[in-house]
Design a protein around this ligand. Structure first.
Ligand SMILES: C[S@@+](CC[C@H](N)C(=O)[O-])C[C@H]1O[C@@H](n2cnc3c(N)ncnc32)[C@H](O)[C@@H]1O
Length: 200
């Protein structure tokens, strides 16, 4: 497998459907092509959740970390890569809850983060909290499922905050560029989102 289109054409089924079979909760095609454009073999990347996106980060040769919490999902990704000629040499596949794994990872600066793990409150915020300060200035924070309230709040928080620039918007996915450091150090009265929402 050589290209993103190859992966799309193969329609990998890496997730469990809850009835003993397989399915795919993949990101939409246009989001996968966005990752394809933004990531290369110089990129240091991290995603919460795993699946087709993981195959893509691996294919692009990124130094990548994927964290997913499912008994056999990580194994499915590993097996798929082995049988389809996708190298995992530069990929760290972590089978754990991201809220437990993320705080213990080395604080290596990141070029690109994908938040697409557990969508229940407060998981996307926890994932964001433990990755946003590792993101380099100019790095991309891609948040999926902005149709859900948790993703919607994350999107809204960054949209009104001058420390981020909205650079790409899809139906249910949004990408922000980070513009400043020390994002999590601001007290509430310096967070634009808190100032806006508290005044509502
Ligand atoms: C929507 S899927 C990810 C889809 C993937 N981005 C793709 O393109 O195929 C959500 C993922 O979150 C993972 N997940 C669920 N709870 C999690 C948690 N607490 N920590 C990390 N991952 C979790 C699931 O195992 C699943 O891989």
């Amino acid at each position: 497998m050589r290209t993103t289109q190859d992966i799309l054409d193969a329609q990998p089924q890496l997730h469990r459907d809850g009835k003993g079979g397989f399915t795919s909760w993949t990101l939409p095609k246009e989001v996968l092509f966005y990752i394809d454009r933004m990531v290369d073999d110089t990129s240091v990347t991290l995603e919460t959740g795993a699946g087709v996106s993981t195959l893509l980060f691996a294919l692009k040769g990124a130094e990548h970390t994927a964290i997913a919490h499912h008994p056999d999902e990580i194994e499915n990704v590993r097996r798929y890569c082995m049988t389809h000629g996708i190298s995992l040499e530069r990929v760290d596949l972590i089978n754990n809850r991201s809220e437990f794994a993320l705080p213990n990872l080395p604080k290596i600066p990141l070029d690109f983060v994908l938040i697409d793990g557990r969508h229940a409150f407060p998981s996307p915020f926890v994932d964001w909290y433990f990755t946003v300060d590792r993101l380099k200035i100019g790095g991309i924070m891609l948040v999926d499922d902005t149709n859900l309230k948790t993703g919607q709040i994350l999107k809204e928080f960054m949209s009104v905050d001058h420390r981020f620039e909205l650079v790409k918007e899809f139906d249910n996915t949004v990408a922000f560029k980070k513009l400043e450091t020390d994002i999590t150090l601001f007290e509430f009265d310096r967070q634009p989102w808190m100032l806006v929402r508290n005044a509502d």
